[in-house]
Design a protein around this ligand. Structure first.
Ligand SMILES: Cc1cc2nc3c(=O)[nH]c(=O)nc-3n(C[C@H](O)[C@H](O)[C@H](O)COP(=O)(O)OP(=O)(O)OC[C@H]3O[C@@H](n4cnc5c(N)ncnc54)[C@H](O)[C@@H]3O)c2cc1C
Length: 395
């Protein structure tokens, strides 16, 4: 039961990945501490439940803090399972991660108040007053772990930025990332198609991002992990003036398309098979895509391939292997999985995550100026910053 008249040793605003971790680590390090978590949602870890499509991709073998993260979860009796470098709980159920964290918080007698939105924090004579509608709490140390602005349905509506600004902190430019991309053109016929290949992002004929993966067509453009990861490099599109980015997708990266088409033409000429452009394309890319490729190349699918000129072959090959997509804007905060930008790193001691401006004020998680690609990197950062802040607050 949280006590309004007590001065807590530590108060944590935000009961997500980093906030829960900081509470557990602080209390482990010093069991005498009184700790309070204040959470806006009616339960802790609401966003965590939705992560990794309900499987919670907790870290990645390539993440900076992979070893520490594994040790943290082993201590919480969560057995890891690896899949292409991504680490999930062995049960592949995010609820098990959330329940392990909440179970530990309860075992450690950490106080929790849910369903409260902190609106203001002040500091007077070394004591923080944490204010919300109809109540306030006091503490000696304070952690702001309110996440960013991505996916506000989970409580992350950017409140932490204003709370931090009131202490003089500055915020770098914020943008939604790991989000689908709206593109120019009619996508209605392509909607629902998923295809594997290589995505590249180009700006002024320079490749600025390239990744192998699966692209998913939607009725407004494209989605999928490789598209999400590309948005980290095109984050201000549609905001600060549209930059002339182009996405290209190679539907058949392991094929010399020109050689393939020429072989087919030679074969068609020899045996007089009358093979059609549509038949060949269908074997290379999915049905809806083959239609779009022939439209873009301005070559009817019904044409016999033996009638194709060299320049037409080059054109078909180049469209299938450099399928152009012209982004107009990124889907916004609602659909984003992460926030780019945050509290300026120069104002924070990055070894402790304590503010350089206000003593005993700490930050952890997505509110900081960090964003990683899909694959467990953002949660890895949340566990890491929560651990370091928690350990230092306990001193
Ligand atoms: C759909 C989805 C899937 C994702 N999947 C993955 C994945 O598989 N792997 C990965 O690495 N990353 C994933 N991410 C990103 C990852 O979830 C976040 O980066 C991470 O949760 C950030 O941790 P955090 O502690 O900073 O914030 P959060 O976990 O977002 O927690 C912040 C908490 O603060 C609370 N809060 C906010 N304002 C207030 C206030 N004023 N008063 C009180 N409480 C407040 C919020 O309600 C929230 O519970 C995903 C994100 C989304 C949206």
């Amino acid at each position: 039961m949280a006590k309004k008249d007590e001065i807590y040793d530590i108060c944590i605003v935000g009961g997500g990945a980093s906030g829960m971790t900081a509470a557990i680590v602080s209390k482990y390090a010093n069991p005498d501490l009184s700790i309070l978590i204040l959470e806006k949602n009616d339960a802790l870890g609401k966003k965590l439940r939705a992560t990794g499509n309900g499987r919670c991709n907790i870290t990645n073998v390539s993440a900076d803090n992979y070893i520490d993260t594994l040790a943290y979860f082993t201590n919480l009796s969560i057995l890891p399972r690896e899949e292409d470098g991504r680490i999930y709980p062995n049960s592949e159920d995010s609820r098990d991660v959330v329940n392990a964290l909440i179970g530990k918080i309860c075992d450690l007698n950490i106080d929790i108040v849910t369903g409260v939105s902190v609106t203001k924090i002040t500091k007077e004579k070394d004591i923080f007053s944490i204010i919300m509608s109809g109540a306030s709490y006091s503490s000696k140390k304070l952690l702001i772990a309110t996440g960013g602005k991505a996916a506000p349905i989970y409580g992350t509506t950017g409140d932490g930025y204003n709370l931090s600004k009131n202490f003089g902190h500055s915020i770098t430019k914020l943008a939604p990332v790991l989000t689908p991309v709206e593109c120019i053109g009619d996508f209605k016929t392509l909607k629902g198609i998923r295809s594997k290949g290589i995505l590249s992002l180009e700006l002024n004929e320079e490749i600025i991002f390239k990744e192998q993966g699966e692209i998913q067509f939607t009725d407004y453009g494209v989605s999928g992990i490789c598209v999400f990861n590309a948005t980290r490099f095109m984050k201000f599109i549609g905001g600060d003036g549209v930059k002339p980015y182009t996405l290209y997708f190679n539907f058949a990266p392991n094929v010399d398309m020109r050689e393939f088409l020429n072989d087919r033409i030679n074969k068609a000429c020899c045996d007089d098979s009358g093979e059609k452009v549509g038949t060949i394309l269908r074997g290379l890319v999915k049905e809806g895509i083959s239609k779009r490729v022939s439209e873009l190349a301005n070559i009817k699918k019904s044409r016999a391939i033996s009638s194709l000129s060299q320049s037409e072959i080059v054109n078909i090959a180049s469209i299938a292997q450099r399928f152009p997509l012209k982004p107009v804007r990124l889907k916004g905060w609602k659909m984003a999985q992460c926030t780019s930008g945050g509290i300026t790193s120069e104002e924070i001691n990055m070894n402790t995550f304590e503010s350089k401006l206000v003593e005993n004020l700490y930050f952890a998680g997505e509110i900081l100026d960090y964003d990683g690609p899909c694959g467990g990197f953002n949660l890895d950062y949340a566990w890491h910053t929560g651990t370091v802040a928690g350990r230092n607050m306990s001193k």
